[in-house]
Design a protein around this ligand. Structure first.
Ligand code: SAM
Length: 288
């Protein structure tokens, strides 16, 4: 898993400006609906694979005692700045537990798809159930094989061109192997520009601004795919983030075997029918 740490170290700063904030709203809605009801104001909450901590800050502001855990030092460094009132732990999610400490635990943005085997998931679930008080609740999401096969087709799905930086995400999945990866491609403008280069950058800026409009998404992604044709001096970095599609029935049975008393599986909107257009959200209870 040190591979993931290295990947996320390289993405941390950009993640904090892009995906972190853009995932925030739907994930916070989920926490409000599925995790927070019934919790005391000073309840202890653990965010597993917390990334840059976008969800932690508002929870701390609401009075919860929040711990964020992550394997990437760089993601944690940004999270500490975003949520100075929280406690942070640098650890692999498979090996961290604090017996009976937390009232609620969550993990968002399909972070647990980075774990490569069902046995890895078993370790996480076992730690989660041990770390929860009674009553306690564990909420997490997973992308599942049918959904990954349908949507992770090796084509760029999102990307932006901003002053000094362009990026895109390209997810792919191999059904037979039940594994895949999303590639984050980043282009950075060099620190030092000649006068001519500065002028050229100034001229191109409105074009990139226009490209940021929603209706130009197709054109924008094509442009980023060929970005060094437009900006030959910008450096390019590709980072692959491996993921595995876990069978949802097997996941549910592992959750039950480690001791969760009640397990619900639903879409982010609360629909119990998980189809290939939606990821699965597990709501697991250790009852009082
Ligand atoms: C997609 S990001 C999600 C971050 C955050 N939960 C969010 O919703 O924005 C996945 C996070 O999982 C972390 N991660 C991956 N494997 C891990 C592991 N084995 N132990 C702890 N953290 C891990 C990465 O470092 C990264 O910060």
């Amino acid at each position: 898993m040190s591979e993931n740490q290295d990947c996320y170290d390289r993405w941390a700063e950009l993640y904090n400006r892009t995906m972190g904030p853009s995932y925030y709203s739907p994930q916070m809605d989920l926490l409000r609906r599925a995790l927070l009801p019934g919790l005391q104001q000073n309840a202890e909450i653990l965010d597993l694979c917390c990334g840059t901590g976008q969800l932690i800050k508002p929870l701390v502001e609401q009075g919860y005692e929040v711990t964020g855990l992550d394997l990437s030092e760089k993601m944690l460094a940004v999270a500490r700045t975003n949520a100075p009132g929280a406690r942070f732990v640098h650890s692999d999610v498979r090996s961290y537990r604090e017996e009976n400490r937390f009232d609620a635990i969550f993990s968002t943005s399909a972070s647990l798809n980075h774990l490569s085997t069902i046995d890895d998931l078993r370790k996480v679930f076992d730690n989660a159930v041990a770390s929860l008080r009674r009553p306690g609740r564990f909420v997490f999401d997973l992308n599942h094989p049918g959904q990954l096969a349908k949507w992770w087709q090796g084509r760029p799905t999102e990307g932006e061109i901003t002053p000094g930086c362009a990026w895109m995400v390209t997810p792919r999945y191999a059904t037979k192997e039940q594994s895949g990866a999303f590639r984050v491609t980043m282009f950075y403008q060099p620190d030092r520009l000649s006068v001519t280069q500065r002028f050229a950058a100034y001229i191109r800026r409105p074009v990139y601004g226009l490209m940021s409009r929603r209706r130009f998404v197709g054109l924008r992604l094509k442009m980023i795919q060929n970005f060094n044709r437009f900006e030959p001096t910008w450096t390019r970095e590709d980072v692959d983030f491996p993921v595995v599609g876990h069978d949802l029935t097997a996941v549910r049975s592992v959750l039950s075997s480690v001791g969760f008393d009640e397990i619900r599986m639903e879409t982010i909107d609360g629909d119990p029918n998980i189809d290939d257009d939606h990821s699965a959200h597990f709501i697991c209870e250790k009852v009082g």
